[in-house]
Design a protein. Sequence first.
Lengths: 359, 491
Amino acid sequence: MSFRSISHSAPFTHQASSVQKIMFTVLLALIPATAFNLYLFGWPAILLFSVTVGSCVIVEAGCLALAGRPVRATLGDYSAVLTGWLLAMSLPPWAPWWIGFLGAIFAIALAKHPFGGIGQNVFNPAMVARVALLISFPVAMTVWVMPHPLFSAGAPGFFDAIAITFGGQMPDAVSAASALGHVKTELTRGIPVSQSMVQAPDLMDMMMGYRAGSLGETSAILILAGGLFLMAKRIISWHIPLSVMGGVFLMGAIFHAVDPARFASGTFHLLSGATFLGAFFIATDYVTSPVSKKGQLIFGLGCGVLIWLIRTFAGYPEGVAFAVLLMNALVPIIDQYTRPRAFGRNRKGEPLPLGEEKP
Amino acid sequence: MKLFPIRGGIHPDYRKELSSEKVIVALPLPAALYIPLQQHIGVPSEVLVNVGDLVKKGQMIARSGGTLSAPQHAPTSGHIRSITDIPAPHPSGLAQTTIVLEPDGKDEWGELPAPIVDPFTADPHTINERVAASGIVGMGGAAFPSAIKLNLGTQKKLEILLLNGAECEPYLTCDDRVMREHADEVIDGARIMAHALGVHRVVVAIEQNKPQAIDAMTRAASAFSEVEVVGVPVQYPMGSERHLVQAITGRETPAKKLTADIGVLVHNVATARAVHHAVRFGRPLISRVVTVSGKAVREPNNIEVPIGARVADLIAFCGGFSVEPESLVNGGPMMGQPLPGLDVPVVKGMSGILALTAAEINQQPASSCIRCGVCVTICPCGLSPVDMAAFIRKDNFETAAKLGVMDCVSCGSCSWLCPSHIPLVHYFNYAKGMINAQDREQRKIEQTRMLAEAHALRVEKAAAEKAAFLAAKKAQAAAASAAKEKDGTPA
C-alpha cells in the first residue's frame, strides 16, 4: 500500500486560516462605518460606492485575464473588493461615477498588477488612486456635502441621486467644507485656528461622525469599533493604529501647546479627516506595511508625524494618503533594519559569547 | 520555580485526547520482526548472527559499528530468518540492511549482563558502558546514541540534567503515558544518568496539558531532593531542546553550540526509563511505547512495541483504518516524516505513527504571500521566514544563509499558520540541503585547488632544479672548456 502522503511534507496539520478569510473579516469590520456613512450621505453615496467597488472587481478580472492567471479563484480572495471599498471610503460622497471608475483603474491596473498582483505592490492601491485622483481632478475631489441622511427632508431621492452621480448635476448650496479644509482656508485668510475652530463641528459630532467628509471616514467611533474587532480577531495588532494616532496626536498636542492660534489641537487632528480610517484600515494593509512589530511601530509613527506635517504645512488640508504612500516607500528599508534578533545570536548575527547568562 | 519566556510559538490543535486515556498495552508478538542496522544517528551496526541462528531475547545481534553507533538486540527469542535489504522508515523508502527475526513464541530471555546493584556508587564509566552496550538512543525522535551524551559529563561542566517530558507535538501521548504509568522508573533512570554525568540537579519539564503526568512524576520525585518536576506552558515548540533550556534556566544557547556548553544536558523521559531497565536489570533497549493515532485509525492507542514490528502490525492491532488516510506520518504532525508505506518497521526513535485524514491536515494550495508578518512574529528562532522564503524562491541561498536559514530548527510553526498556505519550512529544509551541498562542493573545490597548487609548486620546483642543474652543468662545461682552452693555448 502506498500513500499520496509522500507528496506532503511536515507539518501535517494546518491552522484553518486563509487569505480569503482575512480579507472577508476586514470587510466585515468596515460594515458599521460604511453603513452609517451611506445612510448619512444618501443615495449618491450608495451609487458611488457601488460603482467604485464594482469597477475594481471588473478591472481586477481584466488584469488577471490579461496576465493569464486564474480569474475566478483570485477574485475569490476579496482583495479587489477591499481595495475598491477603501477607495470608495476615501472619496467625496457625491463625486461623479467616473471618479470611482478611474480610481479603480489607478488602484488595480496601475498600482497593483504591474507589480505582480496581490502581495507584490509597494504602494497601497487605494491611496495611490486617491492621490492620483486628487492631483488630476482637484475640484471634483474636494466637493464635500453636509450630511443628508436617507429619507430625511432635503435628501436626494434615488432619481435625484442618479442625476448627481451619473449626470454630473451637483445641486447648488449643498457643498460644505471639511473641518480640516475649513481650518486651513481660514488660516490662509489670516483667521487664527482658535477662531475658525468655533465654526468646526464640535468634538462629539466629529467622534460620532455627523460631519462633512469622505464617504467612509467620518465616524471615528464606528471605525474604532471595526478596528477593535480586527484586533480581537487578531487580524491586526495594536502597533500600527496606536503609533499612527499617537504620532498625529502628539505632534498636534505639542505644537498646539506652543501656539494655539496657529496649530489645531491634538484631539482635533485625531478626530478629523481620515485619521481613524487611516490608522486602523489603511496603514495596516499587510502588503504595504512592515512585517515586524518594531518595524510597524516605526512605520506607524512615521505616518502619524507626516499626516500632521502635511495637514499643517503643505498645500492640502488632508495628508493621510500622502503620508501612507511616503511611508510605503520606506517599508523595504524598515524591514531590513528591524529584523528580530535570531536565537543564540547577537544583533549583528554573530553567535552569542559563551558564559553569558543573558543576551 | 521561576520560568522564563520563550519567543513566539503557536498553539495548534493538540488532539491528544484521541489516545491520552489509553493505558499502554503490549503488542502481541508479530510473525516476524525486522530490525534495521541503522536506527540511530551515526554508522550502522555490524551483524553478529547468521541466518538460521537461534537467538534469545535480549541477545546482541549486531554490535556497535564505531564510536558514533549503537548495537541492536533481539526483541524476543527466535530464529534469524534472513539478513536482507528492506525499505526503511524514511520518506525515500530506500532499502537498508535489516535482520529478520522469526519469533519462536517462547519469548525466552538470554543471559543478560548483571544488574548494577548500587548505581549511585558505581563508576560513571561503568554506567556509560552499560548504556552503550544496551543500544540506548534518544527516544524523543533524534535517536542520538545516549552513551555519547552521557560522556559529555567528563568533557563539559554540567549543572543540570533536564528531562524532556514536554511532548509538545500534537497527537503524541507516549511520553505522557510512560510518565503516568512508570514514573518511578523514569525518575530512577534520570537519577542514574545524573550520577553518570556528575550533576546534582535534575529538572523534569512537562507541559501543563499533562496534569496527571505532572502529579505522578512529582510523587515519584518527592523522595529525592535533587529532582524537581516543573509544569511548563503549553506552547509549541516548548519541547525543542534549546527552547526548553531557555524556559527553565533563562540561558540562551549560542548559535552553533550545544546546550551542554551552557551547563544543561537534555534527555527524553523514555530514554531515562530505558537507562533504568539497562542498569537495574541488564535489559537492553528492545521495545518502546508508540502512539498510534489520527482520525483515520479506528482505535488510537499507546502500544509497547518490540523493535522491528511492522507499522502494518500496529495499524491492524488498532483495528485498521476507518477511512483511507491522506498521510501516514512517522512522529508528530509538526516535524514528523511521511512514511513510504505500511511495511516499514518500528525503530527506536519512532514515537508515533499517525494516519491522518485530509480534513485533519487541511493543506490548501499555496497562494501569494500577503506579507501579513505573522511568521516573523511567531518564529521561535527569531528569524524572518517571509524574507528567507523570498530569497530561496530565487535560489539565492547565500542571502538566505545570511538571514539565518541554517539556524532554523524546522519546527514548522510558520508553515502551520501561514494564511497563504506557503510550505515555508519545506523551503528552508530545501535551502539547508542546498547550502550543505554547496559547502561540500566548496570544500572539494578548495581541496582540489590546494592539490593543484601543490602540484604546480612541485613542477615549478622541479623545473627550477632542472634549470639550476643544467646551468650548473653548463657553467661547469664552460669552465672546463675555458680551462682546456687555457691549457691548450700554445704558449
